[in-house]
Design a protein around this ligand. Structure first.
Ligand SMILES: [Zn+2]
Length: 253
């Protein structure tokens, strides 16, 4: 199915969603952008479906974070599951942040110290050599331990994200950032509730996404799901930021 076709099909359900969210907003949910109430969507794994996701995100004027796995990126051709170096450069050139998601996506807690370093420093070096010097790290499977954090911090990453649910503020450990996962069965109302909590508590909401495909697995979503979630975020009025912006911008702190 072409991109254009997906967009046309999206129009009517998005109108309905708009009404649902508008009703939610009318029942006391503030659209005022409170300081600290930023939303940072992060797409994990560097799936080729993220080229489509990026175009949809850009239609809303958002710039977000894509966490890529460096070794398969380097080896990927144009039609492989993983984004190629050229495709990741295109995301960078469109203004998105590229984060490190490990050299091979190994579970870091199951490795010895030199293997951990190879995964973390190898990812940073491969991204530096091909795309950009990455500032943020995303733990594969959300798994970290003291040694992993020590290596990530020493490597110069300013922050790292896991998959423990929660919101972030100045007191949150920068190397144990919380996020809510947007999965196949996550509804726009759930996303709106997380944003509302972030706005009420003036905190940074990080949303974790995976693949964006027509037949999603449990942890993935459809293009229509993504459009609905992006519409919800846009209607909430919360600023949308990259992970680095979320941690460094005056707007979010
Ligand atoms: Zn992953």
């Amino acid at each position: 199915m072409s991109y254009k076709r997906v967009m046309n099909k999206a129009a009517v359900p998005s109108m309905i969603l708009g009404l649902v969210v508008a009703v939610g907003l009318a029942f006391g949910i503030s659209t005022r952008a409170a300081a600290g109430a930023c939303v940072a969507p992060v797409f994990d794994d560097g799936s080729h479906s993220h080229s489509l996701a990026a175009r949809m995100v850009e239609e809303y004027g958002f710039h977000i974070t894509f966490a890529v796995i460096s070794q398969p990126m380097i080896e990927a051709g144009p039609s492989d599951w993983h984004l190629s170096v050229d495709a990741v450069r295109a995301l960078r050139d469109a203004g998105h942040e590229i984060a490190c998601h490990g050299r091979t996506h190994a579970a870091l807690t199951e490795l010895n110290p030199s293997q951990k370093a190879d995964e973390i420093l190898g990812c940073r070096q491969q991204l530096r050599d091909t795309v950009v010097d990455p500032l943020t790290f995303v733990y594969p499977y959300g798994l970290e331990d003291e040694k992993v954090i020590e290596i990530v911090r020493a490597a110069g990453f300013i922050a790292a994200r896991g998959v423990q649910p929660g919101l972030n503020d100045q007191s949150t450990d920068r190397y144990r950032l919380y996020s809510y996962s947007v999965m196949r069965d996550t509804t726009p109302v759930e996303v709106l509730n997380w944003i509302t909590q972030a706005q009420e508590q003036e905190k940074l909401l990080i949303l974790t996404f995976h693949e964006v495909v027509e037949n999603p697995s449990e942890i993935s979503i459809t293009p229509q799901n993504l459009r609905d979630h992006l519409t919800t975020i846009a209607l909430s009025g919360a600023p949308v930021v990259t992970l680095t912006e979320g941690l460094t911008s005056q707007t979010c702190n």
